[in-house]
Design a protein around this ligand. Structure first.
Ligand code: SAH
Length: 252
């Protein structure tokens, strides 16, 4: 099913193998070369053919193993050599995944690009923690932001959080104190509910709830580790047990 001279940019979802799309699973099973992130677990990589070459380009904050340009060059080189290359990324490849840069590099090298969406961490976390990101009574807007972007303090987030709005922050654990400070300085109520979802959708998931002003303390006290998302808004305080009971009924 794989076409030559094509780069497949594939989303692997938030972790569990059964949250892959069928298309992703088929492409993984057919690939000759799989270039993957650190967030991809052994269950998913286990779908690859035994002879497939698995190349990890795991990135950690402040400890990049391979610069992005080298990842782009690697993908292009392998695909131009005629190998069936899958670039496998956590969540969705186009949400804070640098999939856009890799697609551009591939197209510039004359390759075709096929993108397979994945369940982004925000969607995985919302479902697993029972947080309705746009509960009709609490929010009609949801925004995704990166908490680790360059010049966090200069980023304009005003209007993204507050009444009727949900803000989901990716990569925000290390900068949680600056995030709380920034949002409060922008006028957000210090008692706005927040939830942290660590290892969303995985067996070791933790959901921690609190208020915006207490976010830095909560992160420190609970020793929250990446990967984790911060969800800010009234939806974070809605009754989790009631929601998951509803979800179970619906599934039954
Ligand atoms: N492309 C990915 C995001 C990559 S950025 C996606 O669409 O999900 C990496 C960040 O995603 C992490 O720092 C964390 O904030 C978030 N993340 C990824 N997987 C997660 C998980 N299982 N639980 C909580 N957050 C997760």
């Amino acid at each position: 099913m794989l076409q030559p001279r094509t780069l497949y940019l594939v989303g692997a979802g938030p972790g569990p193998v059964d949250l892959l799309t069928l298309r992703a699973a088929r492409l993984i099973a057919a690939a000759e070369v799989i270039v993957h992130d650190g967030l991809i677990g052994p269950d998913i990589l286990g779908l690859a053919r035994p002879e497939a070459r698995l190349i990890s380009v795991a990135k950690r904050r402040a400890r990049h193993t391979l610069p992005q340009e080298e990842i782009n060059a690697l993908l292009v080189r392998e695909a131009l050599a005629g190998r069936m290359v899958v670039r496998l990324k956590g969540g969705d490849p186009l949400i804070f995944g640098r999939g856009g840069e890799e697609a551009e590099a591939a197209r510039a090298a004359g390759l075709a690009v096929e993108i397979v969406p994945g369940i982004s961490a925000a969607n995985g976390a919302a479902a697993a923690a029972g947080i309705a990101l746009t509960h009709r009574e609490a929010a009609s807007i949801v925004s995704f932001v990166a908490g680790q972007c360059k010049g966090l303090s200069e980023q304009d987030w005003s209007g993204l959080a507050g009444k009727g709005r949900t803000l989901v922050i990716y990569m925000g654990i290390a900068t949680a104190p600056q995030i709380a400070e920034k949002l409060i300085a922008d006028g957000l109520a210090p008692d706005m509910p927040i939830a942290i979802v660590e290892n969303a959708a995985r067996p070791e998931m933790r959901v921690l709830r609190g208020l915006l002003a207490g976010l830095p303390d909560l992160v420190a006290r609970e020793a929250v580790k990446s990967p984790a998302l911060i969800i800010i808004g009234e939806v974070a305080a809605r009754d989790e047990a009631a929601l998951s009971a509803l979800a179970r009924e619906a599934a039954a």
